[in-house]
Design a protein around this ligand. Structure first.
Ligand code: AHR
Length: 493
């Protein structure tokens, strides 16, 4: 059957710059994410550093600008000093959080080499549970210092002359975890602790930016009020999921995540301006410049019934890919407040890429990630949609939309997700605020059905079709197939 929709875009109404950092990724010492995922020193597929070349190539094609490491929950027991120096001398530790042993053959320097090959800025998360502020400060020195002090010299001794200049530092991870995670922390305790951490880390390098842990409204209020002079980002972790057999419940879950972003944005806006001058006088480093932003430093899709460690090796179908595109649209719509986002996680753990000893497979969700990064613009513009609603949801629109323009204002990009499993949509396109120029280009992603999957069992088979076509200059209609993603582009005069 066929539905109708009208998409109205105002190309002159720029709502915010879109941070390229929303296309970040995350990799943790967890299951087969690192060992057996990005790294396998015994594999003929690996380079001289032990990194799987086939995996690296697929991650490179995502053009991710930001890579978070080493956790995740593992930061609660991770001590970075275990992971430097000659590999044979590094201690083997039990991974008390996720199980198994970690020989620490991937540590800070290896991670830097890898993210450097990706052209991704590193984002390190420090241990605020069993670590110390001093240990975190030493890490900043090891990574960023250029003088003759102990840790800078140690980095050089380990073969890395130039500082890494790591800009993004997370102060802990899910520190407000609930009882079942075995960690209970009062937000006021986090605030006190974070000041020590921030101070010792910023005295090493005043240029670093800090990501503070967020959680529910109560927690966020205390964190924001207590830390905002030094808080560049407040972190939220957004995992969507669905009810078995109910395709549209995934989109309801994504919509709930959007509500969380909106309510946190309101909390940020309600902050009274910081007294940053007084602050700088006392602290010998500058306070935050610009507004606090949200860091979605873990986002993803987490269903029950996965395989591997903690069921985290998940098979993502085409419905999940539409969920990813809906998330990415949401990030663009809220570009005024979302400063970064890192997908959890890149390989084997809730991941777009799955490996075995022989091969790497791109799951369905890989394709929208790559295409959005490649095509979407750097400035968000206002768009609205008028269309039918998705059955079994709270009035969610069938068609999800986000629009953007490039830096020069010469290209308009409209990202559309038709989330209906059954209805094609006749989309009327209305562009206001600017004149379009020349023909339109449409990139269409689709698969035979919502439950289509790419798996390691059939590594040669790709269910995802990427079609590119053009529409004439005077086009004001686009016939959008059911369950598809389309990125439309047209020149602007
Ligand atoms: O990404 C998997 C885990 O999910 C992370 O370690 C943790 O931070 C979150 O709960």
């Amino acid at each position: 059957s066929e539905g109708q929709a009208t998409v109205t875009v105002n190309a002159a109404r720029v709502t915010a710059d879109i941070s390229p950092l929303i296309y970040g990724q995350f990799i943790e010492h967890l299951g087969r994410a690192i060992y057996g995922g990005i790294y396998d020193e015994n594999s003929p597929l690996s380079d001289k550093n032990g990194f799987r070349k086939d995996v690296l190539e697929k991650v490179q094609a995502l053009h991710t600008p930001l890579m978070r490491y080493p956790g995740g929950t593992v930061t609660k027991i991770y001590h970075w000093k275990d992971g430097i120096g000659p590999k044979a001398e590094r201690p083997v530790r039990r991974n008390l959080i996720w199980g198994g042993e970690d020989n620490n053959h991937v540590g800070t320097d290896e991670f830097m080499t890898w993210s450097n090959q990706l052209n991704a800025a590193p984002f390190l998360t420090v241990n605020m549970s069993t670590g110390t502020a001093e240990e975190a400060s030493d890490w900043v020195e090891y990574c960023n210092a250029s003088g003759d002090t102990y840790y800078a010299a140690l980095r050089r001794k380990n073969g890395h002359a130039a500082p890494y200049n790591v800009k993004y530092w997370g102060l802990g991870n899910e520190e407000a975890a609930k009882e079942d995670a075995g960690v209970l922390q009062d937000p006021a305790d986090y605030v006190k602790k974070a000041w020590y951490y921030a101070k010792l880390m910023k005295l090493q390098d005043p240029g670093i930016e800090l990501i503070m842990v967020g959680d529910d409204e109560h927690w966020n209020k205390t964190i924001l009020e207590g830390l905002h002079p030094i808080c560049n980002y407040i972190s939220l972790h957004l995992y969507a999921g669905s009810q078995p057999g109910k395709t549209n419940s995934l989109f309801s879950s994504v919509a709930k995540m959007e509500e969380k972003v909106i309510s946190t944005a309101a909390q940020i806006k309600a902050l009274t301006p910081a007294t940053l001058d007084t602050f700088s006088k006392w602290y010998r480093f500058p306070g935050r410049k610009g507004p606090v932003k949200i860091a979605l430093d873990e986002w993803g899709i987490w269903e029950s019934g996965g395989k591997g460690a903690y069921g985290l090796e998940q098979t993502y179908n085409w419905n999940h890919a539409l969920g990813v595109a809906s998330f990415l649209n949401m990030f663009q719509r809220h570009a005024d407040v979302i400063g970064m986002a890192t997908w959890a996680q890149t390989v084997n753990v809730l991941a777009p890429l799955m490996t075995d000893e022989k091969t790497v497979v791109c799951q369905t969700i890989y394709y929208p990630m790559a295409l959005y990064r490649q095509l979407c613009g750097s400035r968000s513009v206002l768009s609205t949609v008028n269309c039918g609603v998705l059955p079994d949801t709270e009035q969610l629109p069938q068609l999800d939309v986000a629009s953007s323009i490039d830096d020069a204002g010469k290209v308009l990009t409209i990202a559309l997700v038709n989330r209906s499993a059954t209805e094609n949509i006749d989309v009327q396109l209305k562009v206001e605020g600017a004149k379009t120029r020349g023909q339109w280009t449409v990139h269409e992603l689709n698969a035979p059905s919502m439950d289509a999957v790419n798996t390691l069992q059939e590594p040669g088979k790709n269910v995802v079709e990427h079609r590119t076509r053009t529409l004439p200059a005077d086009t004001r209609r686009y016939a959008m197939p059911a369950h598809s993603i389309a990125i439309l582009q047209v020149g602007l005069l």
